[in-house]
Ligand binder design. Structure first.
Ligand code: PGA
Length: 230
């Protein structure tokens, strides 16, 4: 299983250090084949030591330059960061990233040989229209994306389940993952959206779920390690 923690705009540099210390104390007990990723805010990126990979939540697809408020490859290289989240629904919706911007970012970081966790997910009004609409919506988010890229992981995150405390049902996750797996084949597929200690076992046991991308429940090192070790 893959366990990825997306801190979003939570945690400081200091609290991230404390978090990693607390997490490291637990990770010795994890299964060797399980992989852990941490996506701290940009201000807390660093070369941390431990049995996990640190990635960037976002970066501008360029070496460096006049992109106010952004970080780029040069800032990631400083800490040897070679992993990035692309296409998260909060960036698509709140930061107005469109598919064209996302494809540009994807292609740039693919060219740089980054590990990419590429997020897709449908809003509630699409889910309510039925499964066919859901799949149509999700597949459109693959437009321009090289889904054969060897260092790719996909995260399916229904927007209505993110930060709401209401995860998708086992049936919803299972049917969506099965349909997505038909398209992405052997690429690992994560589920995201209110994954937490109380539902991790159930979610992890669903066929086609290779891991979880966790927001709220990952913010506390104790909670997140409970999920990894459960
Ligand atoms: P959540 O967020 O776990 O708080 O629902 C998941 C995500 O946005 O990656």
């Amino acid at each position: 299983m893959i366990y990825a923690a997306n801190f979003k705009a939570n945690h400081t540099r200091k609290s991230t250090e404390n978090y990693i210390e607390a997490l490291n104390a637990k990770l010795g007990a994890k299964k060797a084949e399980d992989k852990v990723y941490i996506f701290p805010p940009s201000s807390a990126l660093d070369s941390y030591e431990g049995d996990f990979t640190v990635g960037a939540q976002n970066a501008y697809p360029t070496q460096n330059g006049a992109y106010t408020g952004e970080i780029a490859l040069e800032q990631l290289d400083e800490f040897d960061i070679k992993t990035i989240l692309i296409g998260h629904s909060e960036r698509r919706e709140l930061l107005n990233e469109n598919q064209e911007n996302i494809v540009e970012k994807f292609s740039f970081f693919q060219e740089q040989d980054f590990e990419i966790i590429y997020c897709i997910g449908e809003p509630l009004n699409i889910r309510e229209k039925g499964f066919e609409s859901v799949m149509q919506y999700l597949l459109a988010q693959f437009e321009g994306i090289d889904i054969t890229y060897a260092k790719l992981t996909i995260a399916y995150e229904p927007i209505w389940a993110i930060g709401t405390g209401r995860s998708a049902t086992v049936e919803e996750i299972s049917t969506t993952h099965r349909a997505l797996k038909n398209v992405i084949k052997d690429i690992p597929l994560l589920y995201g959206g209110s994954a937490k200690p109380a539902n991790i076992k159930e979610i992890a046991s669903i066929a086609g779920v290779d891991g979880v991308l966790v927001g709220s429940a990952s913010l506390d090192a104790e909670n997140f390690s409970t999920m990894i070790l459960s």
